[in-house]
Design a protein around this ligand. Structure first.
Ligand code: HAM
Length: 421
């Protein structure tokens, strides 16, 4: 017996049906928004992730040396890989470049419910659009995906990191420490750092600012705390809210929250997070915002914005809200009545499969009644009984496994009859 590595999961057929359902809501909606799918490697050079975040981030990664002595890491997210790909190849495409990606990502976390070392993300990015419409478009896709899954409890919290950065007159390195303290809501650390930087008086207004959340009215209050700084960012936030309403997103689906800081170092402007209140400690199902990475990777300055939803947490939220539909049952289970009927049963099975119906047949050699029990247990919709007597009249018996009703159906009309049902 082997155990799976810590922080990883196996997903059985029931789980996978739910996961594929949730994923398909995202890929379909992203496609309808004009995003196109891309894929990038699961491992990258380690430097891709340390370039912006510094060497400390290695502790949070699955980093390793390959046999050629190269420093590599399993991707902890998609954004850095997508921007690397953009700078090397995709920037020749017409702008804006709208792409999405799905798959596993890896972080060296302390595992708990909803927090894993291997987890799955649904990611979308817009590169080279104008900032405000692109920000609105990604938030609309993120919220729209949750609605398309059938989730009722959707609430995005929208902030702006540019504003917070404008408030902190320090180098990027020191800003990062302060923003990290804010992100973790670690007030003692925030105060200590501001004292170290010689500006302890900023602690009080910063805490006040970060605690502001609500509708557009809080923006006036926030603007007052900032003493007129960051006017453009405030105007953008107001216009962003109006743009979301134009997308048909109800005002109750989002609020402004000046305390949204995000855990990654590359954000520069609008930032947002989406929670699912049902999930307990790991309730953040998604997050994103406007950032600058292309420049770090040798590309030109260009607007970049995007988000990732956590598939594992989305599925948990959908389960908690009863939003996942029952998986589609097997259309037909074909039962040969006696071994001699098997070749004919397989012929009929193949016809059904070729017609696009899902159909299965006994592979064990069970008798008819055991086969019917099995068909019931696997939740098949119909049993198609292939017996000598019916076949003489080019027909089979079709049993509705829900009602138990059985009728004779000609081979010619079998596909149509099952399809109709
Ligand atoms: P993130 O907030 O680090 O953002 O991750 C996005 C989502 O991935 C989280 O909200 C959460 O649902 C899920 N997630 C993250 N870590 C774990 C974990 N250990 N276990 C389970 N789920 C997890 C990003 O990754 C950015 N790249 C998003 C982005 C795209 N920003 C701009 N473009």
């Amino acid at each position: 017996m082997f155990e799976r590595p810590r922080g990883t999961n196996d997903w059985g057929p029931g789980d996978m049906a739910k996961r594929r359902f949730v994923e398909s809501r995202f890929t379909q909606l992203a496609g309808s928004f004009g995003f196109r799918e891309i894929a990038t490697p699961i491992f990258e050079s380690l430097e891709l992730f340390t370039a912006k975040s510094g060497p400390a981030v290695v502790n949070e990664l699955y980093a390793f040396k390959d046999k050629g002595g190269r420093d590599l890491a399993l991707r902890p997210e998609f954004t850095a890989s997508i921007l690397r790909f953009y700078v090397s190849d995709l920037r020749s495409l017409p702008k804006p470049v709208k792409v999405y990606c799905t798959g596993p990502a890896f972080r060296y976390e302390e595992p708990q419910k909803g927090r894993y070392r291997e987890f799955f993300q649904l990611d979308a990015e817009i590169i080279g659009g104008a900032t405000l419409p692109s920000d609105a478009e990604v938030i609309a896709l993120a919220i729209g995906t949750m609605r398309a899954i059938g989730l009722k409890q959707v609430r995005a919290r929208i902030g702006n990191l540019g504003m917070l950065r404008a408030f902190l007159p320090f180098e990027a390195k020191d800003q990062a420490v302060l923003l990290h303290a804010l992100d973790k809501k670690n007030v003692p650390m925030l105060r200590d750092e501001l004292t170290r930087l010689g500006k302890p008086e900023l602690a009080e207004p910063l805490e006040r600012l970060a605690s502001l959340s609500g509708d557009a009215r809080i923006l006036d209050e926030a603007q007052e705390i900032l003493g007129g700084k960051g006017k453009e960012a405030f105007d953008d936030l107001r216009r962003l809210g109006e743009a979301l309403v134009a997308y048909g997103i109800p005002a109750s689906d989002f609020e402004y929250d000046m305390g949204v800081v995000r855990g990654l170092d590359y954000y520069t402007g609008m930032v947002f997070e989406i929670d699912s209140p049902n999930l307990g400690a790991e309730k953040q199902v998604g997050g994103g915002g406007a950032y600058s990475l292309a420049e770090v990777f040798g590309g030109e300055r260009v607007a970049q914005t995007g988000f990732a939803l956590g598939l594992d947490r989305l599925v948990m939220a959908a389960e908690a809200e009863g939003a996942v539909p029952e998986p589609r049952p097997l259309d037909a289970y074909v039962v040969p009545i006696g071994a001699a009927m098997r070749p004919k049963a397989v012929e009929i099975l193949t016809t059904l499969r070729e017609a696009g119906l899902s159909a299965d047949v006994d592979l064990v050699g069970r008798g008819p009644s055991k086969n019917l029990d099995y068909a019931n247990t696997v939740g098949a919709r119909y049993a198609v009984l292939v017996g000598e007597k019916e076949l003489k009249g080019d027909a089979v018996a079709v049993r509705d496994l829900r009602s138990g009703k059985q009728e004779q159906v000609s081979l010619e009309t079998l596909v149509a009859a099952l399809r109709r049902a």
